[in-house]
Write a protein that binds this ligand. Structure first.
Ligand code: B12
Length: 153
């Protein structure tokens, strides 16, 4: 079967500092690599500072944050405020997805604050994959993509 190639090529995939889950990261890495992307996977429990350093070092087209342990809405908020406080990373595309809290389908309530704090897109759980793929397809023509959410995208 022929693959659609992504317009964006370089991705950093990472979890947040408190989150020890890793198959979500492997899933995302494979999803992106299958479409021709180059992925640096930072793994689980990554300190904010290391994520910032790796983004500076590798200059990705997109930083993809994945979190499922339920603390993602808190860790994600702290992380994106840190990233947006760095002038050289202010324009970096950053998205977050996974299980953002412990409220199941209601986790989508966290999307607005995360987006307002600087994430370019927020995707919730398995339903977010379709929205994520749509987001990836828009990258070529957009300076900063519009807000999407896993539930509605
Ligand atoms: C394996 C596992 C563990 C292992 C992890 C081993 C490892 N190294 O990976 C261990 C035992 C360490 C663990 C620990 C904990 N876990 Co755990 N774990 C799981 C489990 C059973 C499977 C996770 C998994 O591998 N899934 C496979 C991957 C491929 O799927 P996924 O993670 O769901 O990711 C999908 C989507 O979320 C989405 N997605 C994820 N990220 C992103 C990002 C983007 C951008 C997009 C678009 C989509 C997306 O796409 C993926 C594919 O569909 C889940 C329950 C479950 N059945 O999901 C609980 C689960 C994630 N764990 C949970 C919890 C609470 C914990 C602990 C807090 C338990 C505890 N009290 O200690 C700790 C947290 C430790 C920590 N510091 O983070 C909860 C989280 C609750 C919530 N968020 O509502 C879950 C859901 C179990 C539950 N039902 O309560 N866990």
């Amino acid at each position: 079967m022929s693959q659609v190639m992504l317009p964006a090529k370089r991705f950093v995939v990472s979890s947040v500092s408190s989150d020890a889950h890793m198959w979500n990261l492997v899933f995302l890495q494979l999803l992106l690599e299958e479409q021709g992307a180059e992925v640096t996977n930072l793994g689980a429990c990554v300190p904010d500072e290391l994520i910032v350093e790796e983004c500076r070092r590798t200059r990705p087209d997109v930083l993809v944050i994945s979190t499922v342990n339920g603390h993602g809405h808190l860790d994600g908020l702290r992380l994106i405020r840190r990233i947006r406080s760095e002038p050289d990373l202010a324009d970096l595309r950053v998205v977050i997805g996974g299980k953002l809290g412990v409220r199941g389908a209601e986790n989508i309530v966290y999307a607005e604050e995360l987006a307002l704090s600087g994430f370019d897109a927020v995707f919730e759980a398995d339903g977010g994959i379709d929205g994520f793929q749509e987001f990836l397809a828009t990258l070529e023509n957009a300076d900063r993509p519009a807000l999407t959410s896993g539930a509605a995208a």
